[in-house]
Write a new protein. Structure first.
Length: 150
């Protein structure tokens, strides 16, 4: 169980920490220092690399979480675990939306040198990552504090 919790926690740190870095540090600095013709390919390259890690993290979170929930706990868990599961699945859905729609649109737009379309796709990505970041932080707080409150 400890190894599964460690995998779960480390994968969560990669995903939520990566969103925090990208949303709160990298994107604002890139927007301040680089014009769109340089900024958008940079951000796309960062997302190319980060999303590979997110797919790995999502897989690790789901496998470890459901292994603990279904195999070890026999599908019996307190309310905070069910809430964590629900918000985590919502986060996975939002990531899937980002990956399969605006991220792919951004790549196609950059390949066609359509900077306005790439910028619009990046704006959508930024907004949805912002929502996912808030959900991720709330999920972490919920998972770690609700057992002591309830």
């Amino acid at each position: 169980m400890n190894a599964l919790l460690m995998v779960h926690l480390l994968a969560t740190v990669v995903w939520v920490g990566g969103m925090f870095f990208a949303h709160m540090a990298l994107r604002p600095a890139a927007a301040e220092l680089l014009p769109p013709p340089q900024r958008l390919p940079l951000l796309k390259g960062v997302l190319d690399r980060f999303f590979r890690w997110v797919w790995l993290a999502v897989t690790a979170i789901l496998v470890s979480g459901y292994w603990i929930f279904l195999v070890i706990w026999k599908a019996q868990a307190p309310l905070h675990v069910h809430l964590m599961q629900g918000s985590g699945l919502l986060m996975v859905c939002l990531f899937g939306f980002i990956y399969f729609l605006p991220y792919r649109r951004m790549g196609k737009a950059l390949s066609a040198d359509d900077l306005p379309a790439a910028a619009a796709a990046m704006a959508t990505i930024r907004r949805v990552i912002g929502v996912n970041l808030i959900l991720g932080i709330a999920t972490i707080l919920l998972a770690k504090s609700l057992p002591y409150i309830a």
